[in-house]
Write a protein that binds this ligand. Structure first.
Ligand code: HSE
Length: 293
């Protein structure tokens, strides 16, 4: 039997829609895998009542199929589904890392990324790797059709999670089909700035580089209180704020000393519009960790 802890992630980071992602120190899913004649899945923990245990409908079932690795898979959810923190991706990432080891498949972490992304396709309808890549590899990742690039970094962040949900499918429906050249130029500039910031571990550059003129403005309308929460975080020192993944989570980048005040300001701002929330004060961190029992 093997146990894998796979971290929550925040995808897009504003300017890197479907490409950028970071692993978060907390929260995380914990997945245990044990060889079995056929795949059986049990789910406990945060929001488990909303997650199907049928292997045909669960991301980890698709991963077990892809690796030809039937197993009894026990998922303990630390990451609530439909939160914008890569909940299904973390389970898929954990299963990929765990089953690869359990069956001695010998695939590298990079090779496991597209396999875990196939599991994601079950949930979002498309196999994009911007959440599974950081959950498997850690740090900041750039996932494109040509592969994944990874940088270790420890940028401080606050991920604020309201008690509301936005489905990835709904959030993808509001993504515009086209953009003006001016908006593309601005967003490419932001993405490049963010990438330099990640390599320098510089929260100012990362925060500035999250500005996105194309996708984020459409999505913020789906998150009650978003503008208020963003303003509140910026007022007390956040260097940048954006939607985490498909939402409704909101991600603030900051300096270590400002984390606590930013977390409080974001929770208060959601509270002002009648929405309860919780905030994770954490850092960009490690990818999936494997433990042998
Ligand atoms: N890049 C994806 C999106 C992440 O924003 O739709 C959520 O799975």
């Amino acid at each position: 039997m093997l146990t894998v802890r796979a971290p929550a992630t925040s995808a897009n980071l504003g300017s890197g829609f479907d490409v950028f992602g970071v692993a978060l120190g907390t929260p995380a899913d914990v997945v245990r895998v044990e060889r079995a004649p056929e795949t059986r899945i049990t789910v406990t923990g945060a929001g488990s009542q909303y997650i199907p245990e049928d292997p045909e409908q669960n991301t980890v079932g698709a991963v077990a199929d892809a690796l030809d690795a039937p197993a009894h898979i026990k998922i303990d959810k630390g990451i609530r589904p439909s939160s914008g923190l890569g909940s299904s991706a973390a389970s898929a990432a954990a299963a990929a890392v765990g089953l690869n080891a359990l069956y001695d498949r010998g695939l590298s972490r990079e090779e496991l990324v597209p396999i875990a992304a196939e599991g994601e396709a079950l949930v979002s309808g498309e196999a994009h790797a911007d959440n599974v890549a950081p959950s498997i590899l850690g740090g900041f990742t750039v996932a494109t059709d040509d592969g994944v690039t990874q940088v270790d970094t420890s940028i401080p962040v606050v991920a604020c999670l309201p008690e509301t949900t936005v489905s990835t499918r709904d959030a993808r429906e509001v993504v515009p089909d086209s953009a003006t050249l001016e908006d593309v130029v601005d967003t490419v500039g932001s993405a490049a700035t963010l990438t330099v910031g990640m390599t320098r571990n510089d929260p100012e550059l990362v925060g500035r580089g999250m500005e996105d003129a194309i996708v984020t403005p459409e999505r913020t309308a789906l998150i009650d209180g978003y503008d208020r929460v963003r303003e509140a975080a910026l007022e007390v020192g956040a260097t940048g704020v954006t939607v985490s993944g498909a939402g409704p989570g909101v991600l603030a980048v900051c300096h270590d000393d400002d984390q606590r005040e930013i977390a409080g300001a974001m929770i208060d701002a959601f509270d002002d519009v009648g929405i309860e929330s919780r905030a994770y004060q954490t850092h960009v961190g490690d990818g999936a960790q494997l433990f042998r029992d």
